[in-house]
Design a protein around this ligand. Structure first.
Ligand code: SF4
Length: 330
């Protein structure tokens, strides 16, 4: 499989301004040196608590936000600094599905108009052909094409998310960045939407960057999973490896919070102590050291390198660094 998207050393900082002149007095490092590749037809799940930078990462890759540093290579082209005009053709192939379809869909437009909008912007198709495509899109996402004259408020949350997905699919993208697409939905509806996304992936050979705060949500759909904390990637691995052999203490704590279906199977819950650090004033060393049950003095001083420990399994933790092994044996 070919890489569809390569993210290299990507950073997104937001300035903290003060005074009338808006002088920057510091920065919130929302995304800090993120690296990964997404293959054609692959789903990469990105997981992290609120404030981990996962949504900012998605929006920066989409170029809804401008990157501070680093590069975003999509279909072989570096789009990190392309002008809005030049971005237009890449945008066709890269679409986003949002958490709250109610606010992302214009409430004054009918479903027909909402689905026709991307087609009229990005294609030269006649109105008749576009309307046929709109009906086809509604069928593909499991909605009756007769709903084209209705408005978003007339639909349930799950149906609105289907409309959001149909809109994203309208111009045959290669990549869909789905930012918490099921978080606002009931659990039974969540699995319907995830199954729909998986069916569509197979049908249209789509790649997904699937962002969620819950590991159990990304488990079913992802091929690989990356775990973010305070803007940084803590661990990235193939799904089964991450679930069965998590290496990073943060991943281990997230996994320990997932209820087990089998009441006999006991998994000890790892409760994290301490609060999330201030994003505008991150601690030195490992960003997780204020809450990590394994932390030693070296963790407070030196930031662990993000390294490939086994083929395709990356982790940022001193526990796996031969240089510091003795510190943890104490
Ligand atoms: Fe914990 Fe230290 Fe590893 Fe950070 S580097 S995750 S503080 S053991």
């Amino acid at each position: 499989m070919q890489p569809l998207l390569e993210v290299k050393d990507l950073k997104k900082y937001f300035p903290i301004t003060k005074g009338l002149l808006g002088r920057a007095t510091g920065y919130v490092k929302a995304v800090e040196s993120i690296n990964f590749t997404l293959l054609e037809g692959e789903t990469l799940g990105i997981v992290g608590e609120s404030g981990s930078g996962k949504s900012t990462l998605g929006r920066t890759i989409m170029r809804l936000l401008d990157p501070t540093e680093g590069s975003i290579i999509f279909q072989g082209q570096d789009i990190s600094h392309l002008s809005r005009q030049k971005l237009r053709s890449s945008r066709k192939n890269m679409q986003m599905v949002f958490q709250d379809p109610y606010s992302s869909l214009n409430q004054r437009m009918t479903i027909g108009q909402l689905l026709d909008e991307p087609l009229s912007i990005h294609t030269n198709e006649s109105r008749k052909n576009r309307m046929e495509k709109v009906a086809e899109l509604l069928e593909i996402v499991g909605l009756n094409p007769e709903v084209i004259h209705r408005y978003p408020h007339e639909f349930s949350g799950g149906q609105r998310q289907r409309i959001g997905i149909a809109r994203a699919l309208a111009i045959n993208p290669k990549l869909i960045i789905a930012d918490e697409p099921v978080s606002a939905l009931d659990v039974s509806i969540q699995s319907q939407i995830i199954n729909l996304l998986m069916d569509l992936q197979e049908k249209f050979q789509l790649s997904y960057l699937f962002i969620a705060h819950d590991l159990s949500v990304v488990k079913h759909i992802s091929d690989r999973i990356g775990v973010m904390y305070m803007g940084q990637m803590m661990e990235l691995a193939p799904k089964n490896e991450l679930f069965h052999e998590p290496l990073h203490p943060y991943t281990q704590s997230l996994l320990s919070a997932i209820p087990k279906m089998d009441p006999e199977a006991k998994r000890e819950r790892i409760l994290l102590k301490g609060d999330l650090p201030d994003a505008a004033n991150l601690p030195n060393g490992c960003p997780f050291h204020t809450r990590c049950p394994m932390a030693t003095s070296i963790c407070k001083e030196i930031k662990p390198a993000y390294q490939e420990l086994k083929a395709g399994h990356y982790v940022a933790c001193h526990l796996y660094d031969a240089k510091y092994k003795e510190q943890f044996a104490e």
